[in-house]
Write a protein of this length. Sequence first.
Length: 139
Amino acid sequence: MKSYRKELTFTVPSRRGFVNITGEVRDCIKESGIAEGLVLVNPMHITASVFINDDESGLHHDYEMFLERLAPHAPTAQYRHNDTGEDNADAHIKRQVMGREVVVAITGGELDFGTWEQIFYGEFDGKRPKRVLVKIIGE
């Protein structure tokens, strides 16, 4: 069995945003030379997420609205975590809702996806570089 590891870096210019990283993951699969196996993709930060869904702007807007209603950023004083001097308690909660990582099968050197599935990096406390791990195992 072969193993491949790469860290991708993303800097979302706003506090929150969704970035389609499917192309970058596909590039990693090609670099790895692995045709049959699994790919794990996860952010290496506790205020970011990786998830799978449709690349449709209305859906992304709906995510933004839902997450902000569920865990609004302001007022920041509503969160005990922010008593430490941070202002990102909402980002931790949003990450928990959207999930930590995805695992996708690789078949014939390609992501084994459904019709509309894409991989996204979700940023909830941006404006600085953050890493995403891509780990591939297989043959």
